[in-house]
Design a protein around this ligand. Sequence first.
Ligand SMILES: Nc1nc2c(c(=O)[nH]1)N[C@H]1C(S)=C(S)[C@@H](COP(=O)(O)O)O[C@H]1N2
Ligand SMILES: [Mo]
Length: 402
Amino acid sequence: MKPPAPDLSRRGLLAGAASAVAAVGFSRAAQAQAAAAPARPALPAYVAWKNPDHMIVHTGTTIETRRSAFGTSVITPAERLYIRNNLPAPDVSIVADRDAWAVAVEGVRQPRVLTVAQLKTLGLETVAAVLQCSGNGRGYFADKPSGTKWQVGAAGCVIWSGVPVRNVIAALGGVADGARFMTGTGGEALPAGLDPKSVVVERSVPLRAFEDALLAWEMNGEPLPHAHGGPLRLIVPGYSGINNIKYVKRLAFTAAETDAAIQKTGYRLTPSGVKGDPSFPAVWEMGVKSWINGPAPEAGPVKAGMVQVHGVAMGGTRDLRRIDVSIDGGQTWQEARFVGPDLGRFAWRQFVLPVRLPPGQHLLASRAQDSRFEWQVEESPANGGGFLNSGWRSHAIPLTVT
Ligand SMILES: Nc1nc2c(c(=O)[nH]1)N[C@H]1C(S)=C(S)[C@@H](COP(=O)(O)O)O[C@H]1N2
Ligand SMILES: [Mo]
């Protein structure tokens, strides 16, 4: 790959990385097909096993789930789960011998390199958690921040299984003195000719997050797919997508946040148009959020009469308390009902409200409330990166009833 040498801005670097991904990720046939039908680009080869009917392909590295594909039974199957890669993924040969994958654990009393086989002896836990890109909903910010215009589908509710990070820490003598952050590093080979810090996917989260974190090798009952970070992924429940490091090769307990660009300047909540720096809040925990999945606008008009309005609601890091639905754009609200199993505070819950809809135009909205009585916000603050949009107003969907 030819590095985009003169452009040292984060956007320039990412564009360079993205074109590299496109170059390696698309077969020629897929590229030709994508060119022939620009309205519906084909899935790139590395995720050809996903169901194209259920996905919106923004680019070869940004692929979201269609609203109509979330279903109503809580878990998002792998073949429908969104994809987001900041760098070309490591070669798929890394999942040939999954147990041989190794992660270097640093910032503990007895630092060690542990293979997946060794990790499997240290404990086992399963957690249901929402994986949601920090930019999910970016397409609904009124100021049109740059970046993928995700709608609602850069998210899914997934069951992860692996070893609790706290077990790994305990086995290695505890966290070293002075550690304040947990830092995970992705296993991608870095493009030559660039400062590694400018491209590496390396993220720090507050140390306390290790209490809920897993090193996961299984997703929804299957070995973790390579495209979703197999053989091994750091899962930090409640924290947005970027903090969940795929093909994790290093887990470090550090005194400071990493100075990788993706942490230092990227994924910061800045005023629109302002470049990030460590004085701005990092994109970490997700907030209370919900949206309506059905009737999906893409499915076209519905017939007047009884309609089961349904969707998903998440508490971020907290349990949910209540979910309301509006059919008049938020002027009036009715309490809806959660359906299906409650898989804990990191999962999402499906909800439904049966309503009788007369012919006409309706604007459907939902707003969730968490266990601390905090309502989903009406409008999320605009920010430079278009991150963490959970505003119910911008997520409202129009429905034509005939
Ligand atoms: N190693 C690595 N981890 C990563 C990324 C990446 O590019 N490399 N992308 C992050 C981002 S921005 C998101 S939203 C999620 C996407 O996970 P998925 O592709 O499994 O849906 O992974 C995160 N972890
Ligand atoms: Mo993301």
